[in-house]
Structures are given as C-alpha cells and as structure tokens.
Design a protein around this ligand. Sequence first.
Ligand SMILES: *Cc1c(COP(=O)(O)O)cnc(C)c1O
Length: 437
Amino acid sequence: MSKSGAFEHLRNSDQEMYDILAREIGREDGTLELIASENFVSYPVMEMAGGVMTNKYAEGYPGKRYYGGCQHVDEAENLARDRAKQLFGCDYANVQPHSGSQANMAALLTFLEVGDTIMGLDLAHGGHLTHGSPVNFSGRLFNVVSYQVDKETGRTDFDMVAKLAREHRPKLIICGGSAYPRHIEFEQFHAIAAEVGAFLMADIAHPAGLVATGLHPSPMPWCDVVTTTTHKTLRGPRGGMIMMGKDKENPWGKVAPKSGRVKNISELIDSTVMPGIQGGPLMHVIAAKAVAFGEALQPEFKQYSRQIVANAQVMAEEFLQMDYNLISGGTDTHVILIDLTNKNISGKKAENALEAAAITVNKNMVPFDTRSPFVTSGIRVGTPAITTRGMQADDIRLICKLIDRVISNHGDEDNLKSVKSEVNALCQSFPLYREMH
Ligand SMILES: *Cc1c(COP(=O)(O)O)cnc(C)c1O
C-alpha cells in the first residue's frame, strides 16, 4: 500500500467515511494500546480481509458447498484449516465461526441440550459472557454453575471446582477466561471432568498465540473441544475457530441434518456451525486467517510471543514496585489484572483518565469486586499490541511510570496533558500503519 494509493477509491467516492478512517488510523498510531484482547494485524492479513473474497457465497464446507464457483475459496479454507492443525497440533479445525462467541455457541450446542448443566469461571473472576452469564445465550439456554478464583492466590479455586462438580454433575466444564493472568490449568480441570463424567471445553481466546508457540501449555491432550478467537495474541483478523486434538466417535447417536448418519463429533460441530447457527462464511476473513496462521508458523512469531510475555513480566515487576496490587501477584501470560482499591480510584475513573492521556486500557471487575461492572475496582492491561509495535523493556518501564503519573494525579488536567505529550512522543518512535495516512 503506497502512500499515494492508500484508499484512493474511498477518498474519491466517500470523503466523509475516508475522514473517519483516517482519524482511526491516526488514533491507533498515536495512542498506547494496552487492551489485552487487541492487536495490530499485518498488511498481508489486512489485504486479504479487505479483498475480493468478501464477494463470495460459500455455504457449506470445501468440496461440499451449496453454491457454484467455490474452487478458490475452497483452496483458501483448506489452507486455513491445514495451517491451524499444524499450528495447534490438532486433528480437526473449523475456521468458519464469525467470532469467539460464535465458536463457543457452536461448541456448546454440539455437546449439550438446552437445559443441561455447565460450569464456567464467574464473569467477575475473569470468565467470559459466553461461559454462562445470565445476559448471554449461554446463561439463558443452560443451567449455569460458576466457579471462582481463590481469594488469597487469585488462581482457580480447585477445591471449589471439585466440590461444585461433584454436587451438580455438569455435562460440560469450560476452562479459560478473559482476565486470567496465569496459565490455564488444563490437566487439573481434566482430572475433575473425568471424575464426574463431564466434557471439558477449553476457551483459549486470549492465550492462543502463546499456545501456538509453546509458551503456554496445550489444551489438546486434555480437552474434548477447544475454542479460540483469531484476533488477540494470535494476531489475525477478527474471528473464531473450533478445534479438537483428536476427533472422537459421536457418543450420542445424533444425526446431522442432510448428511444422515454421522460417526464423528467433528461432523456434528461442522453442522452446528452451518446450518446450525451461521449461514454464509466470511471467506475474506477465513482467507485472512490462513495468512495469519502462516505468519504464526514462522520463527519470528515465536520470538514475538516470547517478547509479549517478557514485556508483561517487566510490566508486572514495575507495577509491584510502585505498590500496585496485581491479581495472583503477577502474570504467566500477556495479561495483568490490577486491583486499584489501594490507589483510591475506580476502574472507570482510571480508564477515563488514562484515555485522556492517550493510553487505552479497559476497566475490569476484580475477583470479589464490590463495585458494579460499569464502575469496577480494576483495570486489565496487556502487552500484545505494544509488542507488535516493537516496544521492549525500557519502553515498558516508561509506560508504567506514565500510567502511575495518571493514576496518582488523575484530576489534574495539566498532568494528563503532559503525560499525553510523552505518550505521543513514544508512539512517534514506533510507527504504525503510517504509510496509510
Ligand atoms: C474475547 C473472548 C471471547 C469472544 O470473542 P468475540 O470474538 O469477541 O466474540 C470468548 N471467550 C473468551 C475467553 C474471550 O476472551
């Protein structure tokens, strides 16, 4: 994308939208992105996601479509599936879910009937909406039992998981979450699921890139089904995916519509995704997933993932030194969850003050939070996006000091302005999409 040619057609036909886009590119380049679930895709991923495959209807799966003209999108989807299997060391991958939530919906509807009991991590303790929140389909369709983290350690309370599992006999247990700074303990969850005869589902939406590069344990040997997003640490286009380490024979004698008798769970998952909950797949996004998986298979991506974790560890140390209270006392991953109670500021106020200083984070409930989800007592920060820009230990230390300056003096406009100008100067040294505007 050359500077002169960037978005030339858009600029010539829709100045209003072009201006909005230019402002967003400027925002991404000019601010510090510390939202743990965000990242910056490469130009090849962006080109594919913005490409002609958006035009194609391809309901069905490669070789079995309901539309003609699918030969090239078939190649793209096969490449995405093959690369996903290689990346995660698994037998089966469905790359069609439009998002992580769709992946979870399809997995849950394959393994469960409406009214069945599931267990998942409490939203306020780092779980995700789709793990049983009452405002989500998962909480409306299933009987939900939530487990929590231990108050002292901030890590999964396995006594509680075992006790609840024995008492409620869930049909499926979900492990993984959106604000859990430690490795997900697949093996310990497996032992409990096996004891009570529950299926085990891992949702690795957050650490997927770390799993792919061996920096986080793999769920594949322990879990019946694994779901993920493709846009967080994996650094692909916005989307979801469902995997199984080993495909298994269908234990329910279920029959998939159309194909008649089915033998394997993989076929049931495929039919739950389409026609169960989705229609035409987003072929441009699936093709962009293939490009991102290809990038993730390169040695540079492993180096990048190591740097994400190293940066998060420097960040944790720095915050601890400045007397910040980190849930679980630190991190094994890209995520840090900070309880701001001792700093006398709510998550909401911190988020707003940081935003005024061009630092983007999200307010987040902390375990045993006494404030509402709209206010919260904490913030969640993460290193994937700033690591993509090339930032390293010294930059991280500076960022922590800037955050502390905002938190300690969040009512002082001049202070926020002066931090903002330092943030802008830092961003200036790590160009992002700059030839696009
Ligand atoms: C982000 C996330 C999801 C959902 O992803 P969307 O693409 O936003 O639907 C699901 N599970 C977990 C644990 C997540 O962190």
